[in-house]
Ligand binder design. Structure first.
Ligand code: ADP
Ligand code: ADP
Length: 225
């Protein structure tokens, strides 16, 4: 079944819509897919991802996020610069979305503990982001996104700021999470290498204006680093 449908989408920015970020984009993301959007800087990857999150509206066309009927949060997003709250502890960051959603206290506590454990954060639950490495901060951001059990997990260059070794570790962790849960994932990167490593489908975009150039299945088994 389709999780997200992008139909005839164009996006223009600026006075007189001078910047054509996207033009004529059609894309269907199916439930359980790990789709990587890859392309050069400026090809509209972030714009497309933000539309899926409901943060931007298309200038033309539509972006439909279908619900799977479980009543879960439709999408959660992870950003390159983590986007976690510096004034909250790790535990409070991961708990944030559950409190907003009105999840009962005891259930929220169980859920938070389980995600802290899955992301290797249990020993850092009471720490504050400023004391953590980039990799740990990104784990907090991922745990916070996954704690609300979103139907679709959206990630915008989440590992770009990490050194190569840490990036490999987090890539492996994300892949293991996906293989365990088969949650729908849309992952933006400018690295074709990363796209092929992670995605079971790679959507290649070109710039000026942003368009889909190729849409490729990645055959299993995946290349491993
Ligand atoms: P990517 O994520 O592939 O680097 P973006 O979606 O960030 O691409 O940007 C696509 C194009 O739209 C670029 O030319 C960028 O400069 C432009 N753009 C993005 N956001 C805005 C904005 N808020 N206002 C004006 N132009 C924007
Ligand atoms: P990315 O890392 O995804 O390529 P950018 O660094 O291009 O993102 O953009 C960061 C932010 O600035 C985004 O919110 C984007 O919408 C906005 N932005 C990008 N290009 C422009 C632009 N030409 N004018 C105004 N805002 C922009």
């Amino acid at each position: 079944a389709a999780a997200i449908e992008v139909r005839g989408v164009a996006k223009r920015y600026g006075t007189r819509d001078a910047v054509i970020a996207l033009d004529g984009v059609d894309l269907t993301v199916r439930q359980g897919e790990f789709v990587c959007l890859v392309g050069p800087s400026g090809c509209g990857k972030s714009t497309l991802l933000r539309m899926m999150a409901g943060l931007h509206r298309p200038s033309e066309g539509e972006v439909l996020v279908h619900h799977d009927g479980t009543g879960r949060t439709p999408t959660a997003m992870v950003f390159q610069d983590y986007g976690i709250f510096p004034w909250k502890s790790v535990r409070a960051n991961v708990r944030f979305g559950l409190d907003v959603a009105g999840v009962p206290r005891a259930e929220a506590t169980r859920t938070v503990d389980s995600w802290l454990t899955r992301l290797g954060l249990a020993d850092f639950a009471d720490a504050y982001p400023a004391t953590l490495s980039g990799g740990m901060r990104q784990r907090v951001s991922i745990a916070r996104a996954l704690a609300v059990e979103p139907e679709v997990l959206l990630l915008d260059e989440p590992f770009a700021a990490l050194d190569a070794q840490l990036r490999t570790v987090l890539q492996e962790e994300l892949l293991a999470l996906w293989q365990a849960d088969r949650r729908t994932v849309v992952f933006v990167t400018h690295s074709l290498e990363e796209a092929i490593l992670l995605g079971d489908r790679v959507v290649v975009m070109s710039a000026r204006p942003g368009r889909i150039l190729a849409d490729l299945p990645v055959p299993l088994p995946r290349p491993r680093s």
